[in-house]
Design a protein around this ligand. Structure first.
Ligand code: FPP
Length: 253
């Protein structure tokens, strides 16, 4: 089912207008599981399968960067058992899925405070980054222990330090200087998502990429993340393609 409740099995896309950077807030795993009388973590496990499907679908469509919100700086507030399950998911994911990613020429990147994750999770993440470093197709960018406000605090601190060290004059701080200190800086001109999708019917940003979504098209879909697949991605991209992006000006882009 598509975002508007219609069947989008035949969604036709304009392949010249595929969003370069798609960001997804993968919401609704817990409710999906509860609806089926399963423990919440079963929803996260099913969510991991959606990550695989959607990553390959995005790569096949020619998306250049897919950023997925996998764990926020606020998710530590969840019960320890759920946090510990979520910390093991990247290990399971990368241990089994890196060969498929390499086969699709997908490069893994991770943004967030990786150093605060359990040692096994850090190891799996770093191994996946190393194993895919020569892939030059789509970037699969996981936000892990990431928070948008925390990211901005880090950028402000770094700029303040540069000023204190005499390397930067306050009046020379501009938008580029701020972008350069964000965790998306390695993505260069692709740092800002063209399209941000949130699943599960909630219409919130939840501290995700606060600076970078200034001009993103936001698409909220009713499906829970475990039900989201390649067709759902195409449906969301179709909605994106019917929007008129003006970036504050008058001319459609
Ligand atoms: C939000 O659903 C989802 C999360 C906090 C975790 C997202 C993680 C995955 C989809 C798996 C990640 C996979 C890899 C490979 C890292 P929720 O639990 O808040 O759902 P609810 O709102 O229904 O409770």
């Amino acid at each position: 089912m598509g975002v508007d409740g219609e069947d989008h099995q035949t969604t036709e896309l304009d392949m010249d207008k595929i969003p370069e950077h798609v960001a997804i807030i993968m919401d609704g795993n817990g409710r999906w599981a509860t609806r089926q009388h399963l423990p919440r973590v079963a929803g996260h496990k099913a969510g991991m399968e959606s990550v695989k499907k959607v990553a390959i679908a995005a790569s096949d469509l020619g998306v250049k960067v897919l950023t997925l919100y996998a764990f926020s700086t606020e998710n530590w507030k969840r019960p320890t058992s759920e946090v510990s399950y979520l910390m093991k998911l990247p290990i399971r994911f990368f241990n089994t899925f890196v060969p498929d990613l390499v086969a699709h020429n997908v490069r893994v990147m991770v943004m967030g405070h990786i150093d605060e994750l359990p040692a096994g999770t850090q190891k799996a993440v770093n191994q996946a980054i190393a194993d895919t470093k020569d892939c030059d197709g789509m970037v699969l960018n996981f936000a892990l222990n990431y928070g948008g406000r925390d990211e901005l605090v880090g950028a402000v601190k770094a700029l303040g330090q540069d000023i204190q060290d005499g390397k930067l004059a306050p009046e020379s701080i501009d938008e580029q200087a701020i972008s350069a200190h964000l965790m998306t800086a390695p993505l260069g001109k692709l740092a800002d998502p063209d399209l941000m999708i949130r699943t599960s019917g909630e219409e919130r940003i939840s501290n995700f990429l606060l600076w970078q979504i200034a001009y993103s098209e936001l698409v909220f879909v009713d499906q829970s993340w475990p039900d989201f697949d390649g067709e759902s991605l195409k449906a969301a991209i179709s909605v994106f393609q019917h929007r008129h992006r003006r970036f504050g000006g008058l001319v459609n882009k």
